[in-house]
Structure formats: C-alpha cells, structure tokens
Ligand binder design. Structure first.
Ligand SMILES: Nc1ncnc2c1ncn2[C@@H]1O[C@H](COP(=O)(O)OP(=O)(O)O)[C@@H](O)[C@H]1O
Ligand SMILES: [Mg+2]
Length: 230
C-alpha cells in the first residue's frame, strides 16, 4: 500500500533494457482477467494471457546466446488471482484459476523463455504456496526512510518557498515515532502535497505553520499486516 510495488514493477524494465541493451516489454495482466465471475472465465482468460506471452517470447529467443528482448508479465494485486487453493471460502472456479496460473508459469519456465513473471501483493500469505515456491525472489517493501521521503518532498516544498530547516522538520515529522508508522510514498504524493496546495488555494501562500497543522490531523496509512490492520 503505497510503498512503491506497482511503480517499481512498471519501471524496472527500463533499467534492464538500458543495461542489457535490449527491448523490454511490459505485459500487465488486465484487471478484467479476474473476470465477471462466470464459471471458467478466469481460467480461460489466464490461459489466453499466458498463450500470448509465450508466443511473443518465443520470437525473442535466439538459437544461440542472449535473447533479443525480454518480457515482464505483471500481475498486480496478485492475491485476487492466485490466493491459496486451500482457503476454505475459495470457490472451485478460483482454484481452477490458480491451477491455470501455475501451468502458465511452468510452461514459460520449461521453454526457458526470456519472461519475468512479477506478482505484487499486500498479503504474501494469501498467495498459494505452490505459487510462492516458484518465486526466484521475494522482496519486502518497507515504508520510505528519511532519505527517500526527502527525495520526494524536497523539490516541491522548495518550490513552495520552504527553507531547509522547515523541510528537515517535515521529513522528521512524516517519519513516525516509536508507536506510529511513517508516511508511505502515496501519503506524501497523493495526500500531503495535494492537501497543502488545496488548503492554500486560491489566494493564500502555502505556509509552514499550516503544514504542521495539516500533518497533525493527517495520519499515515496504517500498517497492513497480512490482512490485519494494526
Ligand atoms: N521510489 C519512489 N520515489 C518516489 N515516489 C514513489 C516511489 N515509489 C512509489 N512512488 C509513488 O508513490 C505512490 C504509490 O506507489 P505504488 O507503486 O502505487 O505503491 P503500491 O503499489 O506499493 O501500493 C505513487 O504515486 C508513486 O508514484
Ligand atoms: Mg500497487
């Protein structure tokens, strides 16, 4: 939640492309794939998505050496598609969807195609164990530290006329304390900064004292611990 999973998954291909000097294409699994719930629909759509990816990836493979390009197959909010088949309330149709997903991943792996399958979730424990076992890496996303929060807010606040000491204080206040969590990236970009500006709009300057009041009233997004909000 607002820690940058989607942002990083959607942009990492650019870094890979530059480093490897190849083209990297993002294949985001459409939300529509989760389907309208009609029996068999999700399974069919998932298989079709994997078929399309497989076909495209085969064209990138060369008989010898490095592939001429890569594909990132992105499943955002993946718990909706691959939640554990053991979960009691899981519908039979969803189970078939997870199976189709696993089959798809295995087909890509068997053929050693240049595809990275990326899943994003706020609830790792909801992802089916068989899907988790297939992960080459699992990355945990933390909230931004001081340096990262500063990187996000320094330029806009400077432009609004805040001085260094004021920015230092805002960096500190958005970091949370012993019992409170700090701001997420979205808390900064989608809540704090827009609120400061809307509050001043249309005829007042954005002032530091108002920023302090606004931050006092604005709680960071609560921690999300595998289903439980704490
Ligand atoms: N490394 C970063 N630096 C600056 N802003 C970021 C960074 N990562 C994410 N953001 C911003 O924070 C917001 C939430 O990021 P997002 O990727 O949607 O989070 P998540 O998918 O983990 O919920 C977006 O507005 C995004 O632009
Ligand atoms: Mg996201």
């Amino acid at each position: 939640m607002g820690t940058g999973k989607t942002a990083l998954s959607e942009t990492v291909g650019d870094a890979v492309a530059r480093q490897e000097k190849i083209g990297v294409t993002l294949y985001p699994l459409s939300l529509a794939t989760r389907g309208s719930g009609k029996v068999g629909e999700m399974t069919k759509l998932l298989s079709a998505a994997f078929d399309a990816t497989l076909l495209a990836a085969e064209k990138l493979k060369r008989s010898s050496g490095k592939a001429s390009g890569g594909i990132i197959f992105l499943v955002d909010e993946a718990d909706a598609v691959t939640q554990s088949r053991e979960s009691a309330q899981m519908h039979h149709e969803d189970r078939a969807g997870v199976n189709a997903f696993i089959r798809g991943v295995d087909r890509l792996a068997e053929k050693q195609l240049p595809v990275a399958v990326v899943l994003c979730t706020n609830r790792l424990s909801a992802i089916d164990p068989a899907v988790q076992r297939r992960a080459a890496e699992i990355f945990d996303f933390d909230r931004p530290g001081d340096k990262q929060r500063r990187a996000v807010i320094e330029d806009p606040l400077t432009e609004l006329g805040f001085n260094k000491a004021q920015i230092d204080q805002i960096v500190k206040l958005t970091g949370g304390e012993k019992d409170t969590v700090g701001y997420t990236f979205s808390d900064l970009t989608q809540r704090l900064l827009p609120t400061l500006i809307l509050d001043a709009y249309p005829d007042r300057p954005v002032r530091f004292e108002r920023a302090l009041e606004i931050m006092q009233a604005m709680k960071a997004t609560p921690r999300f611990r595998d289903g439980k909000t704490t």
